[in-house]
Design a protein around this ligand. Structure first.
Ligand SMILES: Nc1ncnc2c1ncn2[C@@H]1O[C@H](COP(=O)(O)OP(=O)(O)OP(=O)(O)O)[C@@H](O)[C@H]1O
Ligand SMILES: [Mg+2]
Length: 233
């Protein structure tokens, strides 16, 4: 069995009399240590997939497994533990705590989990050792996103989930962030899933899942993924 198994997953949101089928029978698997890009147009269901993988949202039907755990069968308490210990999240707009320094933001995350990595070391890994005492408002967007990545990585999660992690960044900074995520996979063996609408990102991935209207339109594996710094868009 693969590290992650997403089987026949549906997600329906009900708003009054209207039903929205955000995910409509999606299946895919992801191996441990892979870099996966989930790509598709706006409204395709990408964030919904990521939220279900991360235990932030439940599926309406189907099953979701990670490392032998049936995530789709977990109750609230188990889901809290799962989110806390097994999952790292990176969002488009960083979501740092504004009145904590870069280092404190990273420490905050590592304090809540079982097997954290040293916060200062992870901050160094993302190239921000010299900015540890700066507040988010004193950092550029790219630097703030690197703090957010350090915060997620310091939890030493089984799976790192990134929703449009370069969406708020310019081309050059975006590439550096992408490179950091790719390195975390290549160097540390971390399993990383990146959601994007940017087709240029597909080249860096081991596995590309194309989604459209709530379905996996195609799933391809890349034999020779390219270095993130060479990507053009
Ligand atoms: N909490 C919710 N309640 C109702 N509808 C929702 C909810 N979340 C998502 N949807 C709907 O589900 C569909 C898929 O949304 P989703 O956010 O997963 O798309 P996406 O691929 O991430 O899009 P984008 O690239 O714009 O972020 C959309 O039609 C959206 O309006
Ligand atoms: Mg989205």
């Amino acid at each position: 069995m693969a590290f992650i198994e997403f089987r026949d997953v549906c997600k329906t949101y009900r708003m009054g009399d209207v039903e929205v089928r955000a995910v409509d029978g999606m299946s895919f698997s992801i191996e441990r240590g892979e870099l996966v890009v989930i790509v598709g147009p706006s409204g395709a269901g990408k964030t919904t997939v990521l939220n279900m993988l991360g235990g932030m949202d439940s599926c309406s039907s189907g099953t979701i497994e990670l490392d032998g755990q049936l995530v789709s069968g977990m109750g609230e308490r188990e889901l809290t533990q799962y989110r806390r210990h097994d999952i790292g999240f990176v969002f488009q707009f960083y979501n740092l705590v504004q009145n904590l320094t870069a280092l404190e933001n990273v420490e905050l995350a590592s304090q809540i989990c079982r097997d954290p990595l040293p916060a200062a070391r992870v901050l160094e890994q993302v190239g921000l050792a010299g900015r540890a005492d700066n507040f988010p408002s004193q950092l550029s967007g790219g630097e703030q996103q690197r703090v957010a990545i350090a915060r997620a990585l310091a939890k030493n999660p089984k799976l790192l989930l990134c929703d449009e992690p370069t969406g708020a960044l310019d081309f050059r900074t975006g590439k550096q962030v992408l490179k950091l995520l790719q390195d975390s996979c290549r160097v540390d063996g971390r399993t990383v899933a990146i959601v994007t609408h940017n087709l240029a990102f597909t080249g860096i991935a081991d596995r590309v899942i194309r989604v459209r209207e709530g379905r996996a339109q195609s799933i391809e594996t890349n034999e020779c993924p390219v270095d993130a710094l060479t990507v053009e868009w």
